[in-house]
Each structure stands twice: as C-alpha cells, then as structure tokens.
Ligand binder design. Sequence first.
Ligand SMILES: Nc1ncnc2c1ncn2[C@@H]1O[C@H](COP(=O)(O)OP(=O)(O)OP(=O)(O)O)[C@@H](O)[C@H]1O
Length: 474
Amino acid sequence: MTSWSPILPETVWSKVATVLRRELGEGPYNSYVAPSNVRPGPYGDPVLVTPTAYARDWIARNAARRAQELWTQHDPDSRVLDIKSRVEYEDATRGAVAAPAVAPATETAPARPEPVMPIIEVAAPNRIGGLQERLTFDSFVAGRGNEFAFQMSRQVASWADGHFNPVFFHGPYGYGKTHLLNAIGWEAQTRRPDAKIVYLTAEKFTSTFVKALMDKSTSAFKDEIRGADLLLVDDVHFIGGKTSSQEELFHTLTSLIENNRRVVFTADRPPSQLTEIEARLRSHLSSGLVCALDVADQSLRMGIIERKLEQLSQRLGAAQNPRSDVLHFLAERVPGSIRELEGAVNTLVASAGPRLGSLTLEEAMALLQPNLKVAVERRVTVDEIQKLVSDHFGLKQADLLSERRTRAIARPRQVAMWLCKQHTTRSYPDIGRRFGGRDHTTVLHAVKKVEELLQADDQIARDVEALTRKLRNV
Ligand SMILES: Nc1ncnc2c1ncn2[C@@H]1O[C@H](COP(=O)(O)OP(=O)(O)OP(=O)(O)O)[C@@H](O)[C@H]1O
C-alpha cells in the first residue's frame, strides 16, 4: 500500500464537498454525499466510501464527474477519486492494514449513522445480496405466462395510487420473479429518487433480524425496514418455520401498510400453500393482489432467446444469429426454466464463436449436449403422464380411467390423451385401452379437441405448456 501525499485528502475533500453541497442541494447531498467518507484505497489513491451500493451508484451517476473535476482542481497530485460502497471497500482492503476514516464529508454536515441494512445493493454481483443491474423492465420479455405480473409490476413501480398492497408474485423457479422484483426497484427509484426502497431476500431479513436480536439492536433494524417507502422481499417462502422472523415480518407488514407504504413479495407458491408460515401472516400476505407467473410457452421462450442473443451480440461484438432450426430447437427442446434456457444460449454462443450463424442443427445439438443432459428423447410412459396430469388438476389417477364425464374430469382426461399422443409412440387404440378401455375414436376426438382448445383457451394452453415442461424435466 503506498502512502498518502502530504496534502491531506480531508482538506481536498472538504473543499470538494462544500461545492457539491451547493450544487446538488441539501436533500441529495445529505442523503448520499454527507454519509460518505474519503479513505485511502489499497494503492494509496483516495476512495470515496459510500454506506451502500445504492449511494455509490447515485453518486456515480449524478456527481462523480463533478467530484473528480473539483478534486483535480484542489489536489496537486491530481489523484483519481475512486468510489466504492463500504462492502466493496472492505473487500478491496481486506488483508491490508485497517485504514481509518480520514474525512467526513464536511465538518458542518455530520455523517449520518450507517444503516443497519444495506438499502438497495444495486450492483452487487451476488444475486442474493441485492439488485442486479441487468434485471430491468427493458431486459424483461413479456408474454403468455407473465404478462399480468409484468403489468402489475410496472404499476407498482409507477407509484400509482390505489393499487393493491401488498402485491404477491408466485411461480416456479427460474421464471422471472426476482427479475421483476429487481425491475420494480430500479424503476421505482428512477421515478422517485428521494424514496427509500429496501430490497432483500427473506433469508437476509431473517439473518439480519437474528443478528439484531443478538446485538440487542432490533429497534435500529425496525427503523430501517419500517422506514421504507417500498419494501421488496424476495423468496418469502424461506421464512417458513422461523417463528420470530415471521412475527417480525408480520408487524413490519402491518406497519408499512398502515402507513401507506408499498410492499411486494415473491415466493415459489401462493400464500395459501405456504403452510410453514403462520396463518395470520399468510392471510396478510394474500390481502392485496396475488399474481401468478407461469411457465413460458414457446413464443415467450423464443422472445427470450432473441433478447438474450441481442444482449450477447452487443457485449461480445456483432455476431450472426443461429439458423432458425437451431433457434427452434433451443426454444422447444432445452429442458428446464428460463435460467437453463439462458445457460444453453450462453453455451452455444461461447462454444460456436464466429461459426454461430452457420451451425447445423446436429452441430448445435452436439455443443448443447451438457445442457440437454436430461436425455431429450427420454421415453415417457402413459402411466407417468396420467400421474402428472391427475396431480396437476388435483384429481386421482383413477378418475382419468373412470367412466365419469363431468367437465372437471373429462377435460384433464383429454389433455392426458393428447400428451400421450405427443410424447409416446402409442397408437390411438392403445392409448384408449390404457384409459379404462376406451375406444380409439374417443382418443381421436380428445386429441382434436385439445388442438382446438390450444388455440382458443388460454388456461388450457398454460396447463398443457406446464405439463409438457414437467414431462421433459422429470
Ligand atoms: N421474461 C423474462 N425475460 C427475460 N429474462 C427472463 C425472463 N424470465 C426469466 N428471465 C431470466 O431467467 C433467469 C431466472 O429468473 P429469476 O431469477 O427472476 O427467476 P425466479 O423466478 O426468481 O427463480 P428463483 O426463485 O429460483 O430465484 C434470470 O436470469 C432472468 O433474467
């Protein structure tokens, strides 16, 4: 670590800060600049250390250039002023001699105490740690399965009056819940820079609360969370079974709602199915809007692949798109969620390099082998389909084989027959026999009916899509 120049950085910083205060105005200055300190970085250059990543990003966007200009005017060594959040600074200097804070922003503006909880950790590389820069509304592709959730998210982010509160998004893993929550955070902050937005996972909520209990600092914890204008809690199902954290979340939620603050949750299930969460909290979680994100259909998967390819070509330089049979193969045959789909696109782009545009389907399949490890051509049995379909519709497998013809049973039976035709090599008579000895014309009729419904009935289309994905992922 090199040593500091004889010109004290605090002298330079206090001159810079005085001008920034005047130019930025009291509000932003007190929120972001005043709580920051100048400290020596690992190579001796000055670092402006902000209490949170959010403050760092705010300063980087709104004041960094001016701060550097002013710094250069006052520092005879013309050192570069780096900006880091406290966490980043500690990581960067870990192992080096602990560096004392050398200068609060100005003598007249005492630094505010550091928040107990990271307010939005915007650029943290760790997904759990905070918001990720790439997860915005712009990078989100809306389509069947997530359209409503997308619209509701935009509405929350616009701070529109009279919307439901809390909003609760649920859906399977890897289909964009965290993405939407991040996008809400970014958009809401852009629209109201003065608003306090807290984003955290339920795990973080629990661990920070438990630590606060041990440190006897729960009131600081409460102030921090209950002072939020918008609270975003990801993966709330993780709080299941944790009694004291549930109690705290319950009081946090009621206090925020009473004070007209907004709250958004995500979970892998709707509140009614969060059986490890105490009934009173569950009921409050579902008291606003409960909104499902569903698995993506082929056209949404295709849209996401195209968006991802666009992003990659911007980052890695212009590249041709894969041929359309390769694109369709990606959309239709890569098993798993959007997360796995993104992984497959990355693999293809990285391993094909400049040959991406000319890859044949066979070459693409060979490159994607690791992503297709659940053998694409795995044999699916009629029995498996019947079990999956009956589970999905809350029926017994025996119902599908029975004589009963009520709509609630007949429709799932038709869907199951259709899936058998798509995913097994069984003939119509064979399928009929396995559905309680039915005639082949019944199966034929079922297959035609489902084909029609796939065009006309969104709900059936979603059910079939979900079941198809499950079949491929078993
Ligand atoms: N509609 C979409 N448009 C663009 N990207 C998407 C979409 N849905 C999901 N993704 C991407 O897929 C990946 C997984 O999404 P995300 O992390 O939001 O899932 P999740 O539902 O929160 O899952 P988990 O509960 O496992 O965290 C992310 O990289 C996300 O950007």
